[in-house]
Design a protein around this ligand. Structure first.
Ligand code: NAD
Ligand code: ZN
Length: 344
């Protein structure tokens, strides 16, 4: 089969021919219908060889959907031919976090060597992929795999973040979304579907802000050193009750902190190396700062319900498997609008 692999630290990913995998006991083989391209892969491919955590070559893609093509021994609860999406943050399935559906915070995944597909285990940007357990499959039913697959990360991650801040997002409140790309443009829609908050979106180009407005942002602001001042002005000096930073670089975490009002939640989702000082006087009273990772299995089902009700719609740029390297180049250059999706 063909697969997109990151083969050597520092080199671009390549489409290569590799053996089609066979499902071992308990595993499921999917014929991939769609795979999303996430900015986290750009970060992974920028890590230096000294502390590169995964074995190479690595088949990329941690947003996957497919048709069940073969079942390993003992697999139950999923049928051949079924259209499914993959819940990516695999855990042990037994610890208290996994029991709560929060496999993203599995207490034993690291020690057991369990990694998500595309982030350690072979990923979804291939003709076929192995899923380690049927519990990591969510039925898609009539949902279109290409338009739905980004919801497994670009939907689930902001959903988890927004859900935790719902008590703050009352009528009259303000939510700020920094970075309106793959995750951010879904976050805006989630905020509109789940809250009555005013949504202010920040990004670096007018083109990105145009998408932000199209998907429901009430106000848009160019992301620069003046941005937090503009957010303060829009909110009558109060600041926002929730700030979601989908860039997470030093300039945006600083902006995120400066946008926060009293008792606000600041959620740093982007992995750009930015941090925020916490301590008395460092920020308005009672600000909470969080840096979550992905989301839980039940939350993925909830996100799909929103998609079924047309409350979220991913803006997709489709690419063939042969063009997958181009999708990564364009993502790196900031040229993707919404989410790039590979259709092998
Ligand atoms: P993306 O490239 O699709 O979107 C990023 C957006 O941020 C783009 O629109 C870009 O123009 C904008 N941007 C860049 N610099 C900016 C700045 N200074 N101010 C405002 N906007 C700026 O990326 P994505 O796939 O949506 O991922 C977003 C971030 O979230 C990445 O850092 C990714 O690694 C991270 N991520 C984290 C998790 C998690 O669980 N914490 C999960 C998935 C992705
Ligand atoms: Zn991701």
């Amino acid at each position: 089969m063909r697969a997109l692999q990151y083969r050597k630290v520092g080199s671009a990913p390549e489409v290569v021919e590799i053996p089609t995998p066979e499902p071992g006991p308990g595993e499921v083989l999917l014929k991939v219908t769609a795979a999303g391209v996430c900015h986290s892969d750009i970060a992974v491919m920028s890590w230096p060889v000294e502390n590169f955590p995964y074995r190479l070559p690595l088949t990329l893609g941690h947003e996957g959907a497919g048709i069940v093509a073969a079942l390993g021994a003992g697999v139950r609860g999923v049928a051949l031919g079924e259209s499914v999406a993959v819940y990516g943050p695999w855990g042990c399935g037994r610890c208290i976090k996994c029991a709560a559906g929060e496999e993203n915070y599995c207490l034993h995944a690291a020690e057991l060597g369990i990694s998500p597909p595309g982030l350690g285990a072979p990923g979804a940007i291939a003709e076929y992929m192995i899923v380690d357990d049927a519990r990591h499959l969510v039925p898609l039913g009539d949902l279109d795999p290409v338009r739905t697959v980004p919801l497994t990360d670009a939907g689930l991650t902001p959903y988890h973040a927004v859900k935790r801040s719902l008590p703050k997002l009352l009528p009259g409140s303000t939510a700020v979304v920094i970075g309106t790309g793959g995750l951010g443009h879904v976050a805006i829609q989630l905020l509109r579907a789940m809250t009555a908050a005013k949504v202010i979106a920040l990004d670096v180009t007018e083109q990105k802000l145009e998408l932000a407005r199209r998907v429901g942002a009430h106000e848009t602001v160019i992301s620069d050193e003046q941005a937090a001042g503009k957010v303060k002005a829009i909110t009558g000096g109060l600041g926002a009750q929730a700030v979601f930073d989908f860039v997470g670089a030093p300039p945006t975490t600083a902006t995120a902190g400066d946008c926060a009002g009293v008792d606000a939640d600041v959620t740093i989702v982007g992995i750009g190396g930015g941090t925020l000082p916490v301590g008395f006087g460092a920020m308005p009273f009672e600000v909470s700062v969080k840096a979550p990772y992905w989301g839980s299995r039940d939350e993925l089902i909830e996100v799909f319900e929103l998609a079924r009700n047309d409350a979220v719609e991913v803006h997709v740029e489709p690419y063939s498997l042969d063009d997958a390297p181009l999708a990564y180049e364009r993502l790196h250059a900031g040229a993707i609008t919404g989410r790039a999706v590979i259709t092998p």
